[in-house]
Design a protein around this ligand. Structure first.
Ligand SMILES: Nc1ncnc2c1ncn2[C@@H]1O[C@H](COP(=O)(O)OP(=O)(O)O)[C@@H](O)[C@H]1O
Ligand SMILES: [Mg+2]
Length: 329
């Protein structure tokens, strides 16, 4: 079966409550341009749309040819299409400050006279901390609920999966923390005869954090609301990457919306006289298309051509929307 059975536009029609969509895949395959096209399409449907990126590279500003760093900026004529490159440095600083307060409080609470800075350093100086700050940003946007439709242009490689997988891990972690905090609390109460009603900001924080996580998990695993799309080129590495991603996502119970194939050379423009590397490339792509159909089958939602220029600015984006959302099956 080498054809699309449920197209992107059909998928959107069949899932009218869809509200959060993501694009994942290897770097450079076209996640950002697809996210841009999907957001533009949604805005054209009359829905107030936010296209958000947690990627430190200013790819959305580049795509829309205007600065969208640090706040949501209107990026299309439809007047309800916003793009937003989230400034993660802000969040990281805020989280560090929060953690500093919590740790200081805890050290006082436990009568430990150690410098808090050492703890703070070890808690915040790792890549996972940055990722969790990005996840927090995303959740904040989702919970604020100021838009009808959200498109997330997620960072390449394994971040996307970790971002979502983390909600489950966090849940377990917080559960454990809560338990030991509660034990510590009652122990302290027994030993110190202190007032039972004493405030415990750390415990309060953990409880609210856990609630946020479980709310995020509910939204992100709801097939009616959320879909993750995977973008690939007809090349072996990008295919391998999303094959792995898709398996992970099934494991986590995160809804997979389907696969978008990008960058297919239009064979009708290639003749025996075309440059040898072009002809070779077409042959290579043909082979990889076979693999794509075999591996992803009825989950392929669209196959997009390699355009003669990069995708940038309103005109090219509109061309991409037409192809991505082509009315088909
Ligand atoms: N179908 C296409 N035809 C031509 N250029 C494309 C196409 N899709 C993407 N590009 C270009 O390829 C580059 C990588 O795309 P991008 O969306 O930034 O990838 P990613 O976000 O996955 O890293 C960009 O310069 C983009 O304009
Ligand atoms: Mg990108």
């Amino acid at each position: 079966m080498n054809e699309i059975s449920i197209s992107m536009s059909r998928y959107m029609r069949d899932n009218p409550r869809l509200k959060y969509i993501f694009f994942g895949g290897k770097g450079g395959v076209g996640k950002t341009v697809m996210a841009g096209a999907a957001a533009l399409w949604s805005a054209k449907q009359g829905r107030k749309t936010l296209l958000a990126s947690t990627n430190p590279v200013h790819s959305l500003s580049n795509l829309f040819e205007q600065n969208v760093f640090g706040r949501p900026v209107m990026v299309c004529d439809e007047a309800n299409c916003y793009a937003f490159e989230i400034d993660t440095r802000d969040t990281i600083e805020r989280s560090k400050q929060e953690i500093r307060e919590k740790i200081n409080w805890f050290l006082r609470f436990a009568d430990i006279t150690t410098k808090a800075e050492d703890f703070i350093e070890s808690a915040t100086m790792n890549p996972a901390f940055e990722e969790s700050a990005m996840f927090e940003n995303m959740m904040d946007l989702m919970f604020k609920d100021e838009y009808d439709f959200y498109v997330f242009d997620t960072a390449p490689t394994a971040n996307a999966r970790r971002l979502l997988g983390m909600s489950k891990v966090y849940g377990l972690w917080v559960e454990k923390m809560l338990k030991s905090r509660e034990e510590a609390k009652s122990l302290r109460e027994m030993l110190s005869f202190s007032k039972k009603e004493e405030q415990d900001p750390l415990l309060d924080y953990l409880i609210s954090f856990k609630e946020r996580m479980s709310h995020a998990k509910d939204l992100l695993t709801d097939k009616a609301l959320t879909a993750f799309f995977f973008v690939t080129l007809p090349e072996s590495l990008p295919i391998a990457v999303i094959t792995r991603f898709i398996n992970w996502f099934y494991e986590f119970g995160i809804p997979v919306g389907g696969v978008v194939v990008n960058g297919l050379i239009d064979k009708s423009q290639v003749t025996a006289d075309s440059a040898e590397f072009v002809r070779n490339r077409v042959l290579m792509q043909e082979e990889h298309m076979e693999l794509i159909w075999k591996t992803f089958g009825d989950r392929v939602r669209a196959v997009l051509p390699l355009f003669e220029t990069e995708v940038k600015g309103a005109h090219m984006l509109n061309r991409l929307v037409e192809k991505l959302m082509a009315d088909g099956k």
